[in-house]
Ligand binder design. Structure first.
Ligand code: GTP
Ligand code: MG
Length: 428
């Protein structure tokens, strides 16, 4: 079966398959109280900002000079992978107005979330692909060269792009494709193949859980990437799945960080273990584990600092925190999740390398995918670092966190073409 047709059947609204399309974050219907809570949370980003403002004290020793809240432009980044200098990347969000027309049920679907979250990437990537395909009559070397540039400009990463182009060329030859229009579909198929690589199971990889008791997730990442926000979103999601969740405020360095996590705890309705600012983070995590055990919690999520006096201290601190978790809860942490800001482009790759050395990162959370036109970074991360992307942040709302699904991702990139697919197929 054609790949677009497969994706269309899987993701485009169809009453018969609607059940399967439900978002990973909303498997359980929210009850009335939770729904109210969610609505409240969704309107509360302002609180976050005030906490962040409080935190950006000028004379703090810092790996970052500017406000961590702002979304960064990939082209403006510095060479230092741990320096998260930010630059605003505001684009008009045309999806926002269209959102009004969609029903609540549609908004819950994984397809809708990826389509909306990837709007910027799709608008840029698809239009470039369409333009390319329209300019060429046959699929030749120049065509592939231009395609290479399009992929690189979407942050797919040079190594991954080279690999992909090579496979595309082979596939095009094998299927004897002459028409550039048809190449679009092969591109989409190869994007999924590249993501999974040799791992041909191609299944969505959720977070690991401890079937026999407490599950511990450790969040790491440089400042401003979205650790605390993701923890809040994840706590909300796990709680709405009926789990008993608790948090530990391991960022004792940044002013306002403890309050920010505490605020999330209150909003989501979960317990937070915290000590005072400047205290030993390993001790906070230790207490968090004891508290989670005594409360028979299902999940403990640990926040950590994004910056310290210097990088070496940060990496040492994270290693120490991890050792405490390993000692106090054998088998834990069940995930060490490195949060990377998708808008930082290739810099995210360098961060992944540095953090992996200190903490054995088991999965990536790619935040702010909604804020970039270069969502191709997902493929580069998985293909070049061989770390699975477990979760993606597709917006600032508490419900804007999704389990990464490569097929849904590709659907998000080619949504318009996939939705129109049947029309092209119809006999003339
Ligand atoms: N658009 C968008 N914004 C996000 C997303 N995730 C986080 N943010 C925003 O990113 C900013 C920083 O998030 P935080 O959660 O405070 O980041 P952090 O990694 O905890 O930062 P530090 O505590 O300074 O280390 C906040 O304004 C969040 O609302 C996302 O998926 N999409
Ligand atoms: Mg934080």
């Amino acid at each position: 079966m054609s790949f677009f047709k497969k994706l269309k059947e899987k993701f485009v609204k169809n009453p018969e398959t609607d059940e399967e399309n439900k978002s990973h974050t909303s498997d359980e219907p929210l009850d009335e109280a939770q729904e109210e809570e969610t609505q409240q949370l969704e309107g509360e980003t302002a609180v976050d900002e005030s906490v962040e403002e409080e935190s950006s004290v000028e004379d703090e020793p810092s790996l970052q000079e500017e406000d961590p809240v702002e979304v960064k432009d990939a082209e403006e980044q510095s060479d230092d992978p741990l320096d998260t200098d930010d630059e605003d990347e505001q684009e008009e969000d045309t999806e926002e107005s269209r959102e009004e027309e969609d029903t609540e049920e549609e908004k819950e679907s994984i397809a809708f979330k990826f389509k909306k979250g990837l709007a910027k990437t799709r608008n840029s990537f698809s239009s470039k692909i369409n333009d390319l395909v329209a300019r060429y009559r046959t699929v030749d070397e120049d065509f592939f060269e231009e395609l290479e540039e399009v992929l690189i400009s979407a942050d797919v990463g040079v190594t991954t792009v080279m690999e992909m182009i090579e496979e595309l060329e082979m596939e095009v030859k094998r299927r004897n494709v002459q028409d550039p229009q048809k190449v679009k579909e092969i591109i989409s198929e190869k994007l999924v193949d590249i993501y999974y690589g040799d791992d041909d199971a191609g299944e969505v990889e959720g977070l690991k859980e401890n079937p026999d008791g407490l599950t511990i997730y450790l969040f790491v990442g440089v400042n401003g990437v979205g650790k605390t926000t993701t923890i809040g979103k994840l706590a909300h999601r796990l709680k709405s799945e009926g789990k008993n969740v608790t948090l530990a405020a391991g960022d004792t360095f940044r002013a306002g960080a403890i309050e920010q996590l505490d605020e999330w705890g209150k909003r989501v309705g979960v317990n937070v273990t915290k000590h005072s600012e400047g205290s030993d983070p390993a001790a906070v995590i230790y207490d968090g584990i004891q508290s989670a055990k005594s409360k028979k919690a299902d999940v403990l999520i640990c926040d950590t600092a994004g910056r310290l006096q210097n990088k070496v201290n940060l990496m040492n601190e994270l290693s120490k925190v991890k050792r405490v978790i390993e000692r106090e809860a054998p088998g834990a942490p069940h995930e060490v999740l490195l949060v990377l800001d998708a808008t930082t482009g290739q810099n995210a790759m360098s961060q992944a390398k540095i953090f992996s050395e200190a903490t054995d990162v088991s999965g990536i959370v790619l935040s702010k995918l909604d804020g970039t036109a270069k969502g191709g970074i997902v493929l580069a991360i998985r293909n070049e670092l061989d770390i699975p992307v477990k979760l993606v942040g597709l917006g600032e709302k508490v419900t804007d966190l999704e389990t990464f699904d490569a097929h849904a991702f590709v659907y998000g990139l080619f949504a318009d073409m996939i939705e129109d697919y049947e029309d092209e197929e119809k006999p003339s």
